[in-house]
Design a protein around this ligand. Structure first.
Ligand code: NAD
Length: 497
């Protein structure tokens, strides 16, 4: 079994000490050992970042962007290799892995525009011979902590932008599927990034706490589950750091009686069961307005869920792979049991699925619940698996109240042909990302990504324009150059025009 190293100051570093296994979820076998960084290891990455910062922040933005242009090319050239690694350790299908990489590359493309996005704001002649401008300066050493479900895309939401803004970055990826994340970081070094500007350290709470507590780390970007997001936000902000912490989700799709049902069903199948439901934007609740819609939806979904092609993610032409760990599979199965006990109707039961040739894999078939009600755990909590819950309501207003009352507010969508209903939904729904006939409304890289309520702690969303603000701080400069030498008397009143 090979050992996955850290990447610190441009070098691959192994360490003896605490370690965990990384599994191939399709076979259920441990395939790598992953060291868990000590505080000293984290400090060595911080020291390297601190040393690299002065030269990197003074490197012209256009030169920093050139590294990103080369990085983009290398990512595209290595798409097959990266997708294979994602699929091997996460379990998602190769096509899905390639899709997440493409969405990650979008963020590198956005970062290529660094000279444009960092131009600042300028006002000439704000007073006699006085000009004023705002400069957006890097923060210094910043860190990111990322989840297992997008080992390529989520880190790419963070460090290309942070780095192109002139910061040095320490990434602590998920310990479940770190190989693609590490390879991608190595490609950035190959693209010409100076050593120390990006380090990747593997680890658990010890590593994360060391990053939170280090005074040199000025900002933390986190994506993961809500309890950890809340912890990192509280601990980071307490120490005066800038923190954006994106958490969990329960995403509702509203089906109106006038929706194009066949298209809505196709969209729901992908959004609920794609990546085995392990997406923070996965649709996990279908809210049907009227029993007729619900009955028709159940009738159309049932055969399609039973026909899902499920197997090892690295095989071609599949709809779904396994869950990431045996523990995750058991947790999701536990929710299914809980839903049955609570009185929901289990229309399709995916438990007990075995895949020929992969009997030890962490597989679970698609599950469908009807007649789910808001007080049930399967409605309230994030299941993060291939389980779709149908809730029946009588009106759009009732559907919106349900969504607005939920503790999470990451994504939502409405399927309708009615512009008025769609407009009301967009205006009044308390969710950060909204789709109209679009099931997974993940914003493109030049908009920003973020939920509301307990799906995000912090003021700024991830990537795009908010990302630039997050990774820079504004400096307002007011400058006066008198036209000719002249003496001006002291002014004791507050300066004004
Ligand atoms: P997780 O919270 O278990 O882990 C995320 C990161 O936090 C990992 O790097 C992990 O090592 C670290 N971590 C875990 N326990 C910790 C602790 N006690 N102290 C400090 N750090 C700790 O999440 P996960 O299981 O990897 O990912 C799935 C979750 O992420 C889901 O809840 C999903 O909704 C969420 N997610 C949210 C978004 C979003 O944009 N809102 C995107 C992707 C995933």
């Amino acid at each position: 079994m090979s050992v996955i190293p850290h990447l610190i100051n441009g070098e691959l570093v192994t360490e003896n000490g605490r370690a965990v296994d990384v599994f191939n979820p399709s076979t259920g076998q441990a395939i790598h050992k992953l060291p868990l960084a000590t505080r000293e290891t984290i400090q060595s990455a911080i020291d390297a970042a601190k040393a690299a910062f002065p030269a990197w922040r003074n490197t012209p933005a256009a030169k920093r962007a050139q590294v990103m242009f080369r990085f983009k090319q290398l990512l595209e050239q290595n798409e097959g290799r990266i997708s294979q690694l994602i699929s091997e350790e996460h379990g998602k299908t190769l096509e899905d892995a390639a899709g997440e990489l493409k969405r990650g590359i979008e963020n590198v493309e956005f970062a290529c525009a660094a000279p444009e996005i960092l131009k600042g704001e300028y006002s000439r002649n704000v007073g006699p011979n006085i000009d004023a401008w705002s400069d957006f300066q890097p923060l210094g050493v910043v860190a990111g902590i990322t989840p297992f479900n997008f080992p390529a895309m989520v880190p790419l939401w963070m460090y290309p932008l942070a780095i192109v803004c002139g910061n040095c970055f320490i990434l602590k990826p998920s310990e479940r599927d770190p190989s693609s994340t590490l390879l991608i970081a190595q490609l950035l070094l190959e693209a010409g990034l100076p050593k120390g500007v990006l380090s990747v350290v593997h680890g658990d709470k010890t590593a994360v706490d060391a990053l939170i507590e280090a005074p040199e780390v000025k900002a933390l970007s986190f994506v993961g589950s809500t309890p950890i997001a809340e912890y990192i936000y509280a601990e980071g902000t307490k120490r005066g750091k800038r923190v954006q912490a994106l958490g969990g989700a329960k995403n509702h799709a509203v089906l109106m009686p006038d929706a194009d049902l066949d298209n809505a069903v196709s969209a729901l199948m992908g959004a609920a069961y794609g990546s085995c439901g392990e997406r923070c934007m996965a649709i996990s609740v279908a809210v049907c307005v009227g029993d007729q819609v619900a009955d028709a939806l159940v009738a159309k979904l049932t055969p399609q869920i039973k026909a899902l092609k499920i197997g090892a993610g690295t095989s071609c032409g599949l709809d779904m792979g396994p869950l990431v760990t045996g523990q995750a599979r058991d947790k999701v199965s536990g929710y299914v049991e809980d839903g049955v006990a609570a009185g929901a109707t289990l229309v399709v039961d995916g438990r007990g699925l075995t895949v020929a040739g992969h009997e030890e894999g962490f597989f679970l078939g698609g599950c469908l619940f009807d007649n789910v009600t808001p007080e049930m755990r399967i409605y309230k909590e994030e299941i993060f698996g291939p389980v779709l819950c149908i809730v029946r309501v009588n009106s759009l207003e009732e559907a919106m109240q349900l969504i607005n009352d939920h503790e999470y507010g990451n994504g939502t969508c409405i399927f309708t042909r009615d512009g008025e209903a769609a407009r009301l939904f967009c205006d009044e729904i308390e969710v950060g990302m909204v789709g109209v006939n679009v099931p997974l409304p993940v914003p493109v890289a030049y908009h920003s990504f973020g939920g509301w309520k307990r799906s995000l702690f912090g003021d700024l969303h991830a990537y795009g324009p908010d990302g630039v603000r997050f990774y820079t701080r504004r400096k307002a400069i007011t400058q006066r150059w008198p036209q000719r030498a002249s003496h001006e008397a002291s002014q004791f009143a507050f300066p004004s025009l």
